[in-house]
Design a protein around this ligand. Structure first.
Ligand code: HEM
Length: 331
């Protein structure tokens, strides 16, 4: 994670044109995911995975009426969706080819393939797991890093504080596991990023049986939307909720006590909460500390709209000028 973050920073700093932050962070998180979960370099599969991610995102941003159109109808939107998904499937085919991954490796794919037997996953299940991990495991973290770099580029006060902390703690080429406990402000900055801009906008559930929740009666088979994007900015639980303010996490004990547990749930909760939560927290902290340590980020986007689909993304491209900084230089 750290080595790839350092390499990504160098590429961005060397670019002679502004960097599209969403694109650049997605390239980074996909590389990390490919290496850690599948033991592969993703560079030449990037376009195909991104096409699949784009198809999923576009489908979940569609109006509800459009989603109801049967998938087999050759509408332009259905055709685009199929094209994107079939590119993602081609990557999965390549991954499933045994030559791609060492059969005795300890990456996720090798473990899934080794778990054969009557209770083991079928090939379809493995395919489905890979598709979920490829999408859920890189698009979300990239979205969080995009918002983080957006805030760094428009809030010099926050950027200065982050850089001061990181420069004191990170001594090598990139942030390491040993550096993380001392990066308290970086941690609060990331928590605030996931509050204000939760990469997953909402989660969906269906009731098995009639149930009463918070004074509402719901019959069986009710479709329930739990929108973290709205809950995280509800002023019943958050002061000045639209303000991006990492310092609100400083007095966590005091504020947490009168806030319900699920006023903040970027990774959702319960048995089906994000299985990659710890992976993601680790990756975001190592990546951000490394980016801040090595680069200065400037852009001219002040107030950006929010595009709520399968992920919560900036509504417009954020093109940033990214340049190398030395640790003594204030951003
Ligand atoms: C900031 C980054 C991330 C956020 C905000 C996030 C958020 C979420 C949320 C809210 C869910 C629950 C969806 C639901 O219950 O319907 C979820 C599920 C999932 N996430 Fe993440 N995620 C992140 C990163 C990752 C990473 C890095 C991985 C893989 C390494 C990952 C893999 C998954 C998988 C496989 C599921 C489905 C789990 C299941 O159905 O049991 N996520 N994620």
């Amino acid at each position: 994670m750290g080595a790839y973050a350092a390499a990504a920073s160098d590429e961005w700093c060397a670019a002679d044109a502004p960097v599209d932050v969403a694109d650049a962070t997605a390239e980074y998180t996909l590389r990390v995911l490919g290496k850690t979960l599948f033991g592969i370099e993703t560079d030449d599969r990037r376009e195909a995975v991104r096409a699949g991610a784009h198809a999923i995102r576009e489908r979940s941003s569609d109006a509800p009426g459009a989603v109801a159109v049967p998938e087999w109808l050759p509408t332009p939107s259905n055709r685009r969706y199929r094209r994107g998904i079939s590119q993602l499937e081609s990557v999965i085919d390549a991954l499933l080819d045994k030559q791609e991954s060492a059969a005795d490796g300890d990456d996720l794919l090798s473990l899934l393939q080794a778990a054969t037997g009557p209770d083991g996953p079928s090939e379809d299940e493995i395919r489905s797991q890979l598709a979920t991990f490829l999408f859920a495991g890189h698009e979300t973290s990239a979205t969080a890093l995009t918002w983080a770099l957006y805030e760094i580029g428009r809030r010099p006060d926050v950027a200065r504080r982050l850089a001061a902390e990181v420069d004191e703690v990170v001594t090598g080429e990139y942030a390491t596991l040993d550096d993380l406990p001392a990066l308290g402000y970086t941690d609060r900055f990331l928590r605030e990023t996931l509050r204000r801009y939760p990469p997953a906008a909402a989660i969906f559930r269906e009731t098995d049986a009639a149930v009463r929740i918070g004074g509402y009666r719901m019959p069986a088979d009710t479709f329930v939307v739990i929108p973290q994007f709205h809950v995280h900015t509800d002023d019943r639980w958050w002061d000045d909720p639209y303000r991006f303010d990492p310092s609100r996490w400083e007095s966590t004990e005091e504020t947490d006590s009168d806030r319900p547990e699920y006023a903040y749930f970027p990774f959702e909760g319960g048995p089906r909460h994000c299985i990659g939560m710890r992976f993601a927290r680790l990756e975001l902290k190592i990546a951000l500390a490394t980016f801040v340590h090595r680069c200065r980020v400037d852009h001219d986007v002040d107030e950006v709209g929010v595009d709520v689909g399968s992920t919560v993304r900036p509504a417009t491209e954020i093109d940033a000028r990214i340049s190398r900084r030395s640790p003594t230089e204030t951003p």
